[in-house]
Design a protein around this ligand. Structure first.
Ligand code: 9WN
Length: 440
């Protein structure tokens, strides 16, 4: 067990730190990712956080998810940020006044953003229930089920811009890996000028080193893409002809498929029909392999819908389809080979943590956000995939590496891929939560 490898005392201290971090970031009915950098509620953060809360405070795990889904739009989209109305203007950029969600007919009463993040909520809800099954957890699953189904329907319906059965991203923020090198090519085609940013004040660089964050030019483009989507009232009709950023992402779509598998299991518990979820899961996996797998590189790549080409960058996004339990054996083998190559360094004994980008690539940047540093959520997703595909040797190596990273350095947002030094926010919720899950 990992506790034996990192030492019983260190494991106990890590557990204490993780619990304190989550308690410190709890805000009445949700958890903030970070008090300084991200003081509102984020969508996929809440899913990762619920997984950890299920180990220590199950009632909060369900509250977390209920608060998020209470802000679901009428069209089924789950917004990537739910704003806390009690916070002063300027607590985060771009804030509620910039998103102006009230202009969209489908928006809820709460102020939210208008874009989504990877739909890992159904897998998270399933794990939370399995960890702490109770009458309350079954009731919570019953409440969430139709909402999770509506979320899937939005993504596979209005968001199937390519008509292939996959959902597409309309913003790099939707991937959760905002400035991944995977987005460089489609972002370069977004017309924007760094001068745009003079009209705004970035909030992130007041709390984190600018060298560890996206650039001003990235932000100018982030803002331009939101402005384009907002101008159409966050509607999805006709996006193909008018929207500057349209990409099919392996992580978002792997999450979409994993969600159908989780919904099948949830359906069985609450007395609904699991059959349609299994069928949809199979269709998503087939479309993912067909559209995003490259037999030449042997990994998954995002597809840019403007060029209809795969994006060549080899990032951690390419490994994420391993979370699909029905990924065909050929792709499982290929993804494992990619993960175990010097690009990512997965091994039964790892001397360095898993990175978010290919270590051997010339544009690998060890401290800049999603362009190289190690993050606990992508490592955790791969760890779950390794267990699903019965690789206990590699799963144990990755788990040990994740736990050592956090035990030695703290609950940071991300970590230097060579030294393990903490980067970004020093008290980051999903790092705490996923460390708790890996420790258990
Ligand atoms: C933009 C909250 C979020 C995470 C994302 C991470 C970062 C926001 C930002 O923080 O994104 O959504 O301001 O940089 O990239 O994955 O959900 O933790």
């Amino acid at each position: 067990p990992a506790a034996a490898r990192i030492g019983v005392e260190r494991a106990a201290a890590l557990r204490r730190l993780a619990i304190d971090t989550l308690d410190g970031n709890w805000e009445h009915d949700h958890t903030v990712p970070s008090r300084t950098l991200y003081p509102h509620q984020w969508s996929w953060d809440s899913a990762f956080i619920a997984v950890g809360l299920a180990h220590i405070r199950p009632d909060r795990a369900w509250r977390e998810l209920r608060t998020l889904f209470a802000a679901q739009w009428a069209d089924g989209r789950v917004p990537h940020i739910v704003f806390n109305p009690a916070l002063p203007v300027g607590s985060y950029f771009p804030g509620p006044e910039f998103w102006d969600s009230a202009r969209a007919p489908a928006a809820p009463a709460a102020a939210t953003s208008g874009i989504v993040q990877p739909p890992i909520h159904a897998p998270a809800a399933w794990l939370a229930h399995r960890r702490a099954p109770s009458e309350a957890s079954v009731r919570a699953l019953g409440w969430l089920y139709p909402r999770l189904v509506a979320q899937q329907r939005y993504l596979t319906g209005r968001r199937d811009v390519g008509g292939s059965g996959l959902a597409c991203l309309v913003h790099p923020w939707e991937s959760g890996l905002d400035n991944s090198p995977a987005w460089d090519a489609p972002m370069a085609a977004v017309p924007a000028d760094a001068a745009v940013m003079r009209a705004y004040r970035r909030h992130d660089t007041a709390h984190a080193d600018a060298a560890q964050r996206p650039t001003d030019l990235d932000y100018a483009r982030y803002v331009a893409i939101v402005a384009a989507y907002r101008a159409g009232g966050y509607g999805d009709a006709g996006l193909a002809g008018r929207h500057p950023f349209l990409v099919e992402c392996p992580l978002l779509n792997a999450a979409l498929g994993a969600a159908e598998h989780a919904l099948a299991r949830i359906a069985a518990v609450i007395g609904a029909d699991p059959g349609p979820h299994r069928e949809r899961a199979a269709r998503i996996t087939a479309a993912l392999v067909d559209r995003l797998y490259d037999p030449i590189t042997g990994t998954f790549h995002p597809r840019d819908l403007h060029t209809d080409r795969l994006i060549p960058a080899r990032t951690v996004l390419g490994l994420m389809p391993l979370i699909l339990p029905d990924l065909p054996a050929r792709q499982v083998r290929a993804v494992l080979a990619e993960a175990c190559s010097p690009r990512f360094g997965l091994a039964a004994r790892m001397d360095r943590p898993l990175t978010t980008h290919d270590r051997t690539a010339p544009d690998f940047e060890p401290v800049r956000y999603w362009r190289g540093p190690s993050w606990l959520n992508t490592s955790w997703l791969l760890w779950r995939g390794l267990r699903a595909h019965r690789r206990p040797d590699l799963a144990a190596g990755l788990r040990e590496s994740m736990l050592a990273l956090v035990a030695l350095n703290g609950c940071h947002e991300y970590f230097h891929p060579d030294t393990g030094a903490g980067l970004g926010s020093p008290a980051f919720s999903w790092t705490a939560s996923l460390a708790l899950d890996a420790l258990a």
